[in-house]
Design a binder for this molecule. Structure first.
Ligand code: CUA
Length: 172
């Protein structure tokens, strides 16, 4: 069968583009450590007080014999609790799992300068685990339009050296 050379060119270009797009996705997941946040847990947005979100903050847990931290955060119009009026303080080089939800409207939780970024959806719990490699501060921004003060909704994650982590700031 004869295929005209221009047709051959476009066929090759089409398959080349498909291969390129697949390669960019593979590159993101393999080299940039991108992950899709899975298994959303549902929650009653009016019933957060009866859950750990009722006392939001950083908790210490022991998992497989290792000390880890869990951070429960509520996103509100227009603050991260904790995060905005007081920073979320966690130690460096330690596993930290964030649980994030919203009692009011859709918000974002984007840790600036990292690939940590999730939506905070009323009725769902977003969860991700990370290890901050160094002591420094990170800004948190809301990147979903949530109302008239959306643009000032921001917070801070303060990563401190393990030896300087003050456990008196933990919640029970
Ligand atoms: Cu909260 Cu935008």
């Amino acid at each position: 069968m004869h295929i005209h050379k221009f047709e051959q060119f476009w066929i090759k270009l089409s398959f080349g583009l498909i291969a390129f797009f697949i390669a960019t996705v593979v590159y993101g997941f393999v080299s940039m450590d991108l992950k899709v946040i899975g298994d959303y847990q549902t929650i009653d947005p009016q019933g957060l007080d009866a859950t750990p979100f009722g006392t939001p903050g950083v908790r210490e847990v022991t998992r497989n014999g290792a000390t880890e931290y869990e951070v429960y955060v509520q996103t509100l119009q227009f603050a991260f609790v904790p995060g905005t009026s007081s920073p979320i303080t966690v130690p460096a080089n330690t596993r930290v799992t964030f649980y994030i939800t919203s009692p009011d409207v859709l918000h974002g939780f984007d840790v600036a300068g990292t690939n940590l970024n999730t939506m905070s959806i009323p009725g769902q719990v977003a969860k991700f685990t990370t290890i901050f490699p160094e002591a420094r501060e990170y800004g948190i921004v809301c990147n979903e339009y949530c109302g008239p003060a959306h643009h000032i909704m921001e917070g801070i994650i303060k990563v401190v050296p393990k030896s300087e982590f003050d456990k008196s700031t933990l919640v029970e």
